[in-house]
Design a protein around this ligand. Structure first.
Ligand code: AMP
Length: 306
């Protein structure tokens, strides 16, 4: 069943110990959409400038994505982000963020998007996330992510937005910041009182923990021999997670979602995040097949069975 993905479509400049790329296709909605499209039909809501290259458009089209909601601003420039990674690639510094057309992003959903049952709200201003949710009155499963900036400076707006979400996906630092608790288990308990009935806390190379009221599930990170570029890994995780749930047609009733399906979704998230790191930018997804995804999913099963 189809999935609407909202967020940045960008150009990124990235430097890791393995190399440097000055400008390549990136953006949270790009990674989420590309990863999710392996599992379910994806409809993108984003904004780009008229510098957005035809070959990048072709790539997104080649994934079967609906781009009717991707606005192109005449005379505008596409969002640009530049970052550099530490030697162990566990930390990164942002060197430049040029919002460009993204500064005035005011997502309006095409009519054909409004009846989609699944919605993933990428990292944008919480009030905009809320306005998108309001345009989809029949949505079955809504969730998304956020970042330190919104947690710190737009807290009230964020808390108001979260009330309507089924799930939240954030990293451990953000979970601590949002909850004010340094202990992750206590942090999760507090966040689960803010609205979402399902919480996924991503822990970088160490995997992720799925929390629901009274239970949790721990998914390891996949041990890659070489990490070339972690950019987009978190977003690809999100794409695998929501894409799997949309593809399965998981339908929460009274907030109850099959916990086994959620566990599988977290593993597909880890699988997609791990593939993302194997090459620069979205390059690994240019060749990745569904068979490779299933093989790695099985590897996860055999590595964790006891
Ligand atoms: P991740 O590595 O999963 O955190 O995702 C990195 C992607 O997020 C890059 O492709 C960036 O273009 C995009 N990005 C970076 N900063 C922002 C921002 N402030 N708002 C939206 N997207 C961003």
């Amino acid at each position: 069943m189809s999935l609407v993905v909202v967020g940045s479509v960008a150009y990124d400049g990235v430097e890791t110990p393995h190399g440097k790329v000055d400008r390549m296709l990136g953006g949270a909605a790009t990674y989420i959409g590309v990863a999710a499209a392996y599992f379910a039909p994806v409809k993108i809501v984003a904004v780009v400038g008229d510098d957005f290259a035809g070959e990048d458009l072709d790539f997104l089209h080649s994934r079967g994505m609906d781009l009717a909601g991707m606005e192109r601003v005449p005379g505008g420039k596409t969002f640009f982000w530049q970052g550099v990674y530490s030697a162990d690639m566990n930390d990164r510094a942002t060197l430049r963020t040029d919002l460009n057309v993204f500064a005035d992003f005011n997502p309006r959903l095409p009519e054909a998007y409004r009846s989609a049952p699944y919605l993933f709200l990428g990292n944008i201003q919480p009030a905009l996330q809320k306005s998108v949710r309001a345009q989809m009155p029949r949505v079955k499963l809504t969730g998304g992510d956020t970042m330190n900036y919104w947690i710190q400076d737009f807290r009230g707006q964020l808390l108001d937005t979260l009330k309507e979400w089924d799930f939240l996906l954030i990293n451990d630092g953000e979970a601590r910041q949002l909850s004010g608790e340094s202990n992750l288990r206590r942090a999760a308990a507090k966040i689960l009182e803010m609205g979402p009935h399902t919480l996924v806390i991503k822990r970088g190379e160490y995997g992720a923990v799925l929390f629901r009221q009274g239970c949790h599930f721990m998914a390891p990170g996949y041990l890659l021999e070489d990490v070339f570029d972690p950019t987009g890994a978190g977003d690809s995780f999100a794409g695998g997670f929501i894409g799997y749930l949309a593809g399965r047609g998981v339908d929460p009733r009274d907030g109850a979602v099959d916990f086994a399906e959620l566990r599988r979704a977290v593993i597909y998230g880890s699988v997609m995040g791990s593939f993302c790191c194997e090459q620069f930018g979205v390059d690994r997804f240019r060749t990745l097949t569904r068979e490779e995804i299933e093989a790695r999913y099985k590897e996860f099963q055999s590595c964790t069975a006891f």
